[in-house]
Design a binder for this molecule. Structure first.
Ligand SMILES: [Zn+2]
Length: 256
């Protein structure tokens, strides 16, 4: 099996793979963000990276080192940026980081990039970084650079949701530190999860508005927005396969 990790290649090998625009590059984007008492702070980096590497093996793509910091955690989707450990970028910093990296790939000859998001709050800043990169590349005469933006959880289909959440799906927003991420981590990086420390709680509820500065009392004490108690490595395996296969199938045709 070819090594799919760009950072582990010597430059001539990388150059040969990308200089004619023939190889797709996958770029995972995560966050350093608390994920409860029971889990490490890096699932938003590790999960899209693992998915990207498996997809890349299947479709002959390469994977760039993940962007390990993301946009500020929001209270109703990530517990909030006031939480200890959570370490975030301003939107403009993330946008510019993405723009700079994309323009570098374009300089190397890459023409198709896939942004694999692992942190909900990153979404529109990824879009903005991509938009600015494409605009500036056009000014420089590069008009055939294209980008797919996706979040891996969007590939969890209805059938899988019914199987993973037989008691009812709480919605992706309150999944922070919940069954999805914990199950995937149990499957991929079990040593970073301690199920004995899961705080079993009802899904968090919020008013239909955001409030700034945040009211810390809105965030459950655990930092999670729903309980990870029903998580399992078996569910993680199913989720991983459904995401990898769904993304690989889409990417085989996305740039055609
Ligand atoms: Zn997360």
């Amino acid at each position: 099996m070819n090594n799919v990790r760009i950072a582990e290649l010597a430059w001539p090998e990388y150059d040969a793979r990308v200089k004619d625009g023939q190889t797709m590059v996958l770029l995972p984007i995560g966050a350093l963000e608390q994920h409860g008492h029971h889990m490490s702070m890096n699932p938003d980096v590790l999960l899209p990276t693992a998915i990207a590497e498996k997809v890349a093996e299947q479709i002959g793509a390469l994977v760039a080192p993940a962007i390990a910091y993301g946009y500020k955690s929001q209270q109703k989707s990530g517990g909030g940026n006031h939480m200890p450990g959570t370490t975030s970028l301003d939107g403009i910093t993330l946008t510019n980081t993405i723009k700079d990296i994309l323009k570098e790939f374009a300089r190397h000859g890459v023409r198709n990039v896939v942004m694999i998001n692992g942190h909900f709050e990153n979404s529109m800043f990824i879009t903005e970084g991509v938009d600015l990169a494409i605009r500036e590349l056009k000014w420089e005469g590069i008009r055939d650079f294209s980008v797919v933006i996706l979040s891996y959880w969007d590939y969890v289909n209805e059938d899988t949701i019914r199987e993973i959440y037989p008691y009812g799906f709480p919605g992706w927003a309150v999944e922070h530190g919940g069954v999805l991420e914990t199950s995937l981590m149990l499957h991929l990086h079990p040593h970073l999860v301690d199920m004995s420390k899961v705080v079993d709680q009802e899904p968090a509820t919020f008013p239909p508005y955001d409030f700034f500065p945040v009211k810390p009392e809105w965030t459950p004490c655990s930092g999670c927005l729903s309980s990870a108690k029903p998580a399992s490595a078996q569910k993680g395996k199913l989720l991983f396969e459904v995401c990898v296969n769904g993304i690989a199938d889409q990417l085989r045709v996305a740039f055609k």
